[in-house]
Design a protein around this ligand. Structure first.
Ligand code: ADP
Ligand code: MG
Length: 600
């Protein structure tokens, strides 16, 4: 990290100034505080020298209305805006208007802003390394003006009046003065009217409005301190209050159940930090677009990172369902290349694999810790007559601090304080805790406990075996037999006494000593076949199958003492909320859920 400080010596607090909201409030890694300062309010706009312009990945960035919105939004945020209002008509073809309260452009530079490769954000290629702004190519405004009529109204803090300019193609149509507070409004009309080919292949207006909505949601999560609003065809679509709190933004965008239920993750890897909020398996959406990745304050895409996130969820989610997540990754500036994609949307991370792995581990850990809650979004979808409606968002915004300080329950922490009330269906432990009621699947809970005990044995713990009264002979297929023989040491650590004799036969004299040993003995054939499976996952699957066979079954009466012991043992495991197959084992009826359901 020392290398970075040698190169950039910005003023302290530079990051706070660059990102008024910060990606995640209160979490400003040291190395980011040393990022280069953003352009001061009056940074002059200059045309980049040709050799600089040529080294920046160029490309046609204006493909569709949503790309116009993205570029204008980037500009507003780079200008330090704390409020940005976006308006869309006719899917953006009729009108796109973005108004901000940022630093504005000086009257004598407004024309220059529309010149190709004119920017106030970088001077040379070196500035790309520690880039703190979203834009840097000086291409957006001229590109938009090529395919639309652009009206700009802008004023800096020390000017008397705002400058208005209408540009179409490469020519200025009108210039004038008008009244305006500090900031900039850009209105784009007649988009693509002069490019009939482009117009023909555009998706329908409604699809474009949806895309713009998705874009704005990502920005709202990336910059929670910015008041961001979207109006579509005269109707308010959403408004983020600029609270500075990501959980609050989640509530404003997706409703209270999501804000209340989102799990927190935090991890460090490869000089980078990962922070995030993500929904448990019960709060999902049919589309992938609700995962927001923010890299160094920039809403971004990165295939490896997103695949790692999806992968961590996969065993828990039904097909076609996806989480809602906001993940912020902050890495030292020189480990990031934002310049690989013409629209700057795909970023490249130098140590991508390490970060992806750390993210996946953090997500698995969070999901393994999180008791299920009822999926209230589905309950609400059934309508107000059957179920209470979520509290109106307005009430969330009224409160001074985040209404969601009540972080999701860490099951391991509440387990010891649970009082066992009874057993339901001879399958579920009913318990009461400080934060509501808990229903715990006895079979899956026991599986988790046994699984972790078995894993300890394979990591050098004592071997615990139980001899069989009569040795059992099992026959495997020849190729299975060969593989199993190589794996006998692993089986021995678990407590199996198993020997090969002849071509395909194995003699088993002892099995792991476990609560349900008889049942293990009954399923020996299946277990040994699992142990002889071809692919690399055989260890995990053998442990899972063993714990499944040895665990207490459903429809089995448990007395209070055994239920209590089971909960205590569960509290000592690494992932007490999921069974080794990955399925949830606890349902939490949170006090707040009960309050809402009964309208207390
Ligand atoms: P870039 O953002 O890559 O610099 P643009 O073509 O998007 O290029 O904008 C050119 C310049 O115009 C910016 O560098 C900035 O100085 C100025 N500018 C554009 N939009 C705004 C805005 N909303 N507020 C203040 N300045 C702006
Ligand atoms: Mg720009």
């Amino acid at each position: 990290m020392e290398e970075h400080s040698a190169r950039h010596e910005p003023a302290p607090g530079a990051l706070r100034d660059a990102y008024p909201g910060g990606a995640f409030r209160g979490v400003v890694p040291d190395f980011l505080a040393r990022a280069p300062a953003p352009p001061p309010p009056s940074s002059p706009i200059r045309v980049l020298p040709r050799e600089v312009a040529e080294r920046i990945a160029a490309g046609e960035v204006i493909e569709r209305p949503a790309s116009v919105v993205k570029e204008l939004l980037d500009n507003a945020l780079d200008a330090g805006a704390s409020e940005v209002a976006v308006e869309l008509r006719g899917g953006g073809l009729e009108l796109i208007r973005v108004a901000d309260d940022g630093c504005g452009i000086r009257g004598d530079e407004v024309e220059l802003a529309f010149a190709r490769h004119a920017t106030s954000k970088i001077r040379g290629v070196d500035d790309l390394a520690g880039l703190a702004t979203l834009g840097f190519r000086g291409e957006a405004l001229p590109s938009i003006a090529t395919v639309a009529e652009v009206t700009m109204l802008t004023r800096t803090v020390d000017e008397e009046a705002a400058t208005s300019l209408v540009v179409h193609g490469s020519g200025v149509l009108r210039r004038g003065q008008a009244a305006r507070q500090r900031g900039t409004t850009v209105a784009v009309r007649q988009l693509f009217q002069n490019v009939p080919a482009r117009l023909k292949f555009l998706p329908a207006g409604r699809a474009e409005s949806l895309a713009v909505g998705a874009l704005l949601r990502r920005y709202a999560l990336a910059r929670p301190a910015v008041r961001l609003s979207l109006v579509i065809d005269g109707h308010p679509s959403f408004r983020a209050s600029g609270s500075g709190d990501v959980r609050t933004v989640l509530g404003e965008l997706y409703g209270e159940p999501v804000a209340l239920g989102a799990l927190t993750i935090a991890a460090e890897a490869a000089d980078g930090r990962i922070r995030g909020l993500l929904t448990p398996r019960t709060l999902t959406r049919p589309g992938r677009q609700h995962v927001t990745l923010v890299v160094n304050g920039r809403p971004a895409a990165n295939r490896a990172i997103l695949a790692a996130l999806e992968g961590a969820y996969r065993p828990l989610l039904p097909r076609g369902r996806h989480p809602i997540a906001a993940i912020a990754i902050d890495v030292p500036p020189d480990e990031l290349d934002p310049n690989v994609h013409p629209a700057k949307s795909e970023v490249q991370l130098l140590r991508e694999a390490e970060i992806a792995e750390a993210l996946a581990a953090a997500v698995r850990e969070a999901l393994g810790q999180a008791p299920d809650r009822p999926d209230e979004s589905r309950l609400f979808a059934l309508g107000p007559t059957q179920y209470a409606l979520p509290r109106p968002l307005r009430r969330i915004a009224e409160r001074p601090d985040s209404p969601y300080d009540d972080a999701p329950t860490q099951f391991r922490e509440v387990l010891p304080s649970l009082t066992v009330l009874s057993q339901a269906h001879r399958s579920l432990i009913v318990a009461e805790g400080p934060r509501g009621l808990f229903l715990i699947d006895q079979h899956r809970a026991h599986e988790r406990v046994i699984y972790e005990k078995l894993r300890e044995r394979t990591e050098g713990g004592p071997v615990e075996a139980q001899s069989l009264l009569e040795p059992i002979v099992l026959e495997l297929k020849p190729h299975e037999a060969a593989r199993l023989e190589e794996r006998l040491a692993y089986l021995e650590a678990l407590g199996f006494d198993c020997q090969r004799f002849g071509d395909r036969d194995f003699l088993v004299r002892a099995v792991p000593s476990l609560p349900g040993t008889e049942n293990v003995a009954l399923h020996l054939q299946e277990l040994l076949e699992e142990a002889a499976a071809e692919d690399g996952g055989w260890r995990g699957r053998l442990l899972t199958a063993l714990s499944c066979r040895a665990a207490v079954r459903r429809h089995q009466k448990l007395d209070e003492g055994s239920m209590r012991r089971l909960l205590d043992e569960l509290a000592a495991t690494a992932a007490p909320a999921t069974c080794p197959h990955g399925a949830p084992l606890v349902l939490h009826l949170h006090d707040r859920f009960l309050e809402r359901q009964f309208d207390w």
